[in-house]
Design a protein around this ligand. Structure first.
Ligand code: UDP
Ligand code: MG
Length: 313
């Protein structure tokens, strides 16, 4: 499988100081490998000189390609653009800030040569702010309880995808993209390699706490409808409890007579109507959930291998 082409996808937002170093590091890595490669920088409409830097670089290196956005569409969109433009038979996705060490590339390619369509680089969280790593690990505990795909702490976008896996990702046309979940959703045999957490080289992280929070919510919402189901269950439980209370109060009145006129009527109608309303919301939620999953229009399955062609319609 030597001399095949690999595409390196690098989303870049305000990374002017990192463009040259990352390209240099890639050159060094590939010098010792029998693969040819292209680098695709996806400029997410940077405010600094990232685009000019990439242009200049591309003038010197014919294997440097770029795509530049009209506005900041976010990293998820940048990844999609990169995958759509990649010509290699495998892609490696990495950050521009050297937090994804290029020295891991030989290991990723090794996994690919062994036949894996996904080779994932998993990092430990040494050297990260305590609060952030605590929040992350908590988040993964919670999210894995609720979502229908498996997400692992420390597994990010740094990974190699084979052509089959790339095509699979591109088949998912949904608008709200949560790549981590998508990578897991498409399946395929997967190999994991490990690397140590490194600090960003130049510039600043573009994730504010609020963005991380939004990202987290996105992850939960795009891979399951359980929050909606929770509403339904809450409704059913409160309706049931309400009815039990109403019934027992009714019995008391029959046996002991009324001691607070009007109380029974008011409280029973509140409890009953409240329960009915929650249940109705839950039912509506179930339909909304189905509409949501239908609109994502995901394929029903992905085929890894078969010895028969599907009839074209
Ligand atoms: N990035 C992007 N668009 C954005 C924010 C970030 O393309 O709106 C890129 C950024 O240039 C970097 C990668 O996504 O290559 C990861 O960003 P960052 O290093 O800020 O995230 P962190 O490593 O802190 O999670
Ligand atoms: Mg980073």
């Amino acid at each position: 499988m030597s001399n095949s082409k690999v595409s390196i996808i690098i989303p870049a937002y305000n990374e002017e100081e990192n463009i040259y170093p990352v390209n240099e590091a890639l050159e060094e890595e590939f010098a010792g490998l029998s693969y040819s490669y292209e680098v695709i920088f996806v400029d997410d409409c940077s405010q600094d000189d990232t685009l000019q830097t990439i242009r200049t670089l591309a003038n010197t290196y014919p294997n440097v390609k770029y795509v530049s956005f009209t506005r900041n569409f976010g990293k998820e969109s940048a990844l999609l653009a990169g995958l759509q433009h990649a010509k290699g038979e495998a892609v490696i996705i990495m950050d521009a800030d050297m937090q994804h060490p290029p020295s891991l590339i030989p290991k990723l390619l090794e996994g690919y040569q062994e036949g894996y369509q996904q080779v994932v680089a998993r990092r430990d969280r040494n050297g990260e702010a305590k609060s952030r790593s605590f929040l992350s690990s908590l988040y993964y505990k919670v999210i894995n309880k609720v979502v229908q795909v498996e997400l692992k702490d420390g597994e990010g976008d740094f990974r190699l995808l084979g052509r089959q896996a790339i095509e699979a990702i591109l088949e998912l046309s949904e608008g709200n993209r949560f790549s981590k979940g998508l990578f897991s959703w498409i399946g395929f045999e997967k190999k994991t390699v490990y690397f140590e957490n490194v600090e960003r080289q130049n510039g600043v992280s573009h994730w504010s706490f609020k963005q991380l929070l939004n990202y987290g919510v996105e992850g939960i919402l795009s891979f399951n409808q359980r929050p909606l189901r929770v509403v339904l269950y809450c409704g059913l439980i409160s309706l049931l409890l309400g009815l039990i209370y109403i019934f027992s109060m009714f019995l008391m009145i029959i046996l002991q007579g009324v001691d607070e006129p009007g109380y029974f009527t008011v409280i029973s109608s509140i409890l009953f109507l409240g329960g009915v309303q929650l249940v109705s919301l839950g039912v509506i939620g179930e339909y909304v959930g189905r509409i949501y999953s239908e609109t994502k229009n995901r394929p029903h399955y992905l085929v890894k291998e078969s010895n028969t062609e599907r009839e074209e319609k």
